[in-house]
Design a binder for this molecule. Structure first.
Ligand code: DAT
Ligand code: MG
Length: 144
């Protein structure tokens, strides 16, 4: 028995470190090479209110303020990506949170490392569940 295809959407952010390093094309190349579809994309510098909402689950943690500051330090490319199991699939493409130990072959593992301070600069964000994806897409792309 096979499961019915489960087309989903996820929110991907190419973070300011990746945009500054000219890696937006490389990230999108990997997403498209995997067979996922781009639904919407916008380059913008996010304000604190949007970023606090986006990272609400991390409010109160020690890295919250530096995270919001970093994420607002320059433009991010916000992208809605669609495909079968794309939420999980993009998280695998991205690799685990810490670039130093993320597996080779992943975006963070191939292109990132930490800078001796924190793991905040890890190139990309991807929604971690269907609920997060719906919430984050509504936040970044209210017209969708
Ligand atoms: P992920 O982005 O892999 O879903 P997360 O949701 O746990 O990771 O954390 C959100 C972002 O916050 C993460 O991409 C980088 C930053 N971050 C997480 N843990 C951190 C830590 N211990 N120190 C500094 N930044 C951290
Ligand atoms: Mg997360």
């Amino acid at each position: 028995m096979t499961d019915a295809p489960k087309t989903e959407r996820t929110l991907v952010l190419v973070k300011p470190d990746a945009v500054r390093r000219g890696l937006t094309g490389e990230v999108l190349r990997r997403v498209e090479a995997k067979g996922y579809t781009l639904v919407a994309a916008e380059l913008r510098t996010a304000d604190d209110a949007l970023l606090a909402e986006h990272y609400a689950e991390h409010a109160g943690k020690g890295f919250f303020a530096p995270l919001v500051e970093f994420m607002g330090s320059g433009p991010v490319l916000a992208v809605v990506v669609e495909g079968h199991r794309v939420i999980e699939g993009f998280r695998v493409l991205a690799g685990t949170t810490e670039p130093t130990t993320a597996a080779p072959g992943t975006i963070r593992g191939d292109l990132g490392r930490d800078w001796g301070l924190s793991v905040t600069q890890n190139l990309v964000h991807g929604s971690d569940s269907a609920e997060s994806a719906a919430r984050e897409i509504a936040l970044w792309f209210p017209s969708l």
